[in-house]
Design a protein around this ligand. Structure first.
Ligand code: NAD
Ligand code: LMR
Length: 337
């Protein structure tokens, strides 16, 4: 029997997912056997907006599915082996992709490109063929390049709809709230810091000035906080010492983002969160994809918000972000071309 505290934790976790109506959805996880895939599948199993969960990996997914399927929520779960990708995708409205290798100490996210680019491209081609209307949520790194890879792959197949492709940058938003809470003493639960740009080092631009607690941080505390948000991933990679990168906090952030997508699909209004999407905001500077606050709806992206007022420091961070981001995006495009 569950201890009282464990039961309370589960209840709280189930409540962490908002639900406003009863329409439910099939969600596929590609890479479900991995460090992120497993806890993400668990969290999706307890999201009331998921009616059916399709777990795919080149190894281990049936085992994860059997395990997760015993959880006492209403959704069904099925695991698929390497040769069953089309079955896994059939009818999926949302496809989450955490497939690919993670970093080891000393590596940048871009060092993962050679391995992950082709994994993501091939999975995207299958999604485009089997579930062309699905919302695709890309977690695999380097996100700044893998998202353009998915876009070009779908474009080649004639099925790219920019409203339905998302780079998952929600871990940066989660970290910004948590790390700010540590320096200012506020509860991160009620803190929202827009994090814009991309998802690696200097391309991660936290807009602390847009938060009541964040705007009072200055000097060395500010510089250290920005650095920690930009390089939070390295902290985990170093601590795991060769065993991978963030998995549990990523699963949490990914499930939170998937829930926002599902609420939008369900017709809920006012669902707004930062995510890396095809965007006109800095397209005139050659930056075709950019993360900023996005309103989600029945067809995915409803509205892309501009970055809003920036402090002088944030203006500098943005200037440093754009050239790096442009290079990462072009590298993704070139891979598919
Ligand atoms: P992992 O190695 O633990 O798991 C990856 C899984 O992908 C494995 O189970 C593997 O079998 C599977 N896989 C490999 N090729 C596949 C394919 N062709 N089809 C289906 N599955 C395939 O790695 P992880 O820690 O879960 O990280 C996964 C990815 O997520 C990495 O690229 C990592 O850098 C990235 N990541 C992104 C963020 C973010 O904020 N966007 C955060 C953390 C990690
Ligand atoms: C993160 O931000 O934790 C992920 O992108 C994984 C990594 O390589 O740091």
């Amino acid at each position: 029997m569950l201890s009282r505290s464990a039961a309370r934790l589960l209840t709280t976790q189930t409540r962490a997912f908002s639900t406003t109506s009863t329409r439910q959805t099939k969600v596929a996880v590609l890479g479900a056997g991995g460090g992120i895939g497993q806890p993400l599948s668990l969290l999706l199993k307890i999201d009331p907006l998921v009616s059916s969960l399709s777990l795919y990996d080149i190894r281990g997914a049936p085992g994860v599915a059997a395990d997760v399927s015993h959880i006492d929520t209403d959704s069904t779960v099925k695991g698929y082996t390497a040769d069953q990708l089309d079955d896994a995708l059939d009818g999926a409205k949302v496809v989450v992709i955490p497939a690919g290798v993670p970093r080891k100490p000393g590596m940048t996210r871009d060092d993962l490109f050679n391995t992950n680019a082709s994994i993501v491209r091939d999975l995207a081609a299958s999604v485009g063929r089997v579930a062309p209307e699905a919302h695709i949520l890309v977690i695999s790194n380097p996100v700044n390049s893998t998202v353009p890879i998915v876009a070009k792959t779908l474009e080649k197949a004639g099925v790219f709809d920019p409203r339905r492709l998302f780079g998952v940058t929600s871990l940066d938003v989660v970290r910004a709230a948590r790390f700010l809470g540590e320096v200012s003493g506020n509860d991160p639960k009620n803190t929202v810091i827009p994090v814009v740009g991309g998802h690696s080092g200097a391309t991660i631009v936290p807009l602390l000035s847009q938060n009541a607690y964040g705007k009072s941080i200055s000097g060395e505390t500010y510089s250290k906080l920005v650095h920690r948000i930009q390089f939070g991933g390295d902290e985990v990679v170093k601590a795991k010492d060769g065993a991978g990168s963030a998995t549990l906090s990523m699963a949490y952030a990914g499930a939170k983002f998937a829930n926002a997508i599902l609420r939008g699909l369900n017709g809920e209004k006012g669902v707004i969160t930062p995510t890396f999407v095809k965007s006109e905001l800095f397209a005139d500077q050659g930056v075709d994809f950019f993360s900023s606050n996005v309103e989600l709806g029945k067809n995915g992206v409803e509205k892309i918000y501009p970055v809003g007022p920036l402090s002088a420091e944030e203006q500098k961070l943005l200037e440093a972000c754009l050239p790096d981001l442009k290079k990462n995006i072009e590298k993704g495009y070139a891979f598919v071309a």
